[in-house]
Design a protein around this ligand. Sequence first.
Ligand SMILES: Nc1ncnc2c1ncn2[C@@H]1O[C@H](COP(=O)(O)OP(=O)(O)OP(=O)(O)O)[C@@H](O)[C@H]1O
Ligand SMILES: [Mg+2]
Length: 580
Amino acid sequence: MTEKTIHKQLTNICAEAIIKAFNEYQAKFKVITQRAKMRFENQDWHGMKADSDERLDLYKKVVDQIVVEISRLLNNGINDKEIWMNIKGTYSGLCSKIDIWELAETFFNSVTRRIFATVGVDPQIEFVDTCTRTEIFQISALPYRTYTGNLSTQSLIEIILRDYEHQTAYENIQRDAELVSEKIDDHLKSSGYSPCIDRAEMLTSVHYRGKGAYLIGRIFSGSDFFPLVLALLNTPGGIVVDAVILSENEVSILFSFTRSYFHVDVKRPNELVSFLKSIMPRKRIAELYISIGYNKHGKSELYCDLLHYLSRSDKKFELAEGERGMVMEVFTMRDYGLVFKVIKDHFAYPKHTTRDAVMAKYDLVFKHDRAGRLVDAQEFEHLKFNRNRFSDTLLDSLKQNAAQSVIINDDNVIVKHAYLERRVTPLNIYLRNVDDAEALTAVVDYGNAIKDLAASNIFPGDLLLKNFGVTRHGRIVFYDYDELCLLSVCNFRVMPQSRSYDDELSAEPWFGVGENDVFPEELRKFIGLQGMLREIFLDHHGDLFDVRFWHQIQSRISGGETIDIFPYEQSKRLVHDRIG
Ligand SMILES: Nc1ncnc2c1ncn2[C@@H]1O[C@H](COP(=O)(O)OP(=O)(O)OP(=O)(O)O)[C@@H](O)[C@H]1O
Ligand SMILES: [Mg+2]
């Protein structure tokens, strides 16, 4: 055999090994995802959480394994770029035969980026430009069922509900169909749609997350359409429709970047993403992939989207608005809704954390139920930008504070490690710029955010306004993770009574304070609100300053309860209509 033939054979073996690893990843992903139905039916919320953890760990595991295998196969040739260019060529041929090529391409990139620690992107050994190609995805097969509208709304909803079979029966399908149909008919009337439904299209796959199951579709009326989401819960009496969602904003909140990923079993995620994009046109393709658990591919889309933005605009990266962090250096571009967060080299007093500990906190958030209140962060390595895209102030600051995370040379800025997040408006800034009514709503939701986090077993650590942000839907979310911890490890204590006048005057606590001790009474000091806003906050959320609130939540969690947090307004819950 000639050397050329051996080379060719090796190339084929490697390309096939990588596609095989990808297929294995897909198969395992599917098995875990398919369990969601059974978890929902059995009300096995702990099982659902375990599945979610397993699925989040899967990608790295499979990539680790294939990298070891390829290293063995290529031996000394592992870093030979020419070999990899050939492997890419062969792999590309294999990809073109499968209908989830975009995911397979991302998988290949994960492998080569791991081996080469590529700075920027290298089109010779990586697939690039995914986003321009996935933007034009068409829905070719039918991931949805169509229902023609020559029925009453109630009958239509009843038929739809019956088409989704679960082992558990509906508690009362007619009752729920009637309640849902009233909401839909009201919506048709009040939103100026034609009064009748022409047809409904419902995704055949159910979206499962936490304790919820969501039937997702769209309703066509005249020349328009709007989303239809039926949120199901499995209650002791059977399955009920807990809410019906009919607006883009509300579906967008359901699919928010502050929530954990759905488990939804689909053959071709790209078709699902196209469908979802039709009802949430303002969401990035990247975010939609991420929301259904393809977060690695979502990252490819995000990066590609960013490069395209940079090529079309001449805006520069600047320091993010708001108070500077002691742990993170944060930058953004004014009209691009993402922030980059890099870990600083040193942390000023009183921070006594480490780079590893900070990264562990971001990882905790990645795996934890984000409860609609924690901003999702995608971790990136070795990003490369033109130096002239950075403002001078930002360059100075990065040089001074983040030399371990960012290398600046004559032409380029290489960001060795960063978290990319959706930009929100820091709450301290928001409150300064809005009218009283908006500020009031935000302040009440600030308390709700702390409570939702508590219900999901998270204590934010640093409750200052500057660490919370406001989304475009006006929801309050948290983004500062270095002091965040599990609520279950906190020791909530009542302040001991001072023994003497000297004790009271003492600058240092005169009693022993453990590392995990939290004094809820003291939290008042951190709620940086004054005047009416402070009063409103205390009115709605005074319980946060009472140790009993925290102990109660802790005992519910330690008792094994998965506390309900709904991804829609309480007022939307049909339970009110059922009682009324
Ligand atoms: N997702 C985001 N959207 C908009 N601004 C953000 C976001 N994340 C961070 N910022 C801005 O960057 C600042 C610092 O970020 P962050 O609070 O995460 O860093 P930190 O160093 O951990 O802060 P601290 O010193 O409070 O611990 C924030 O005060 C805010 O102004
Ligand atoms: Mg902060």
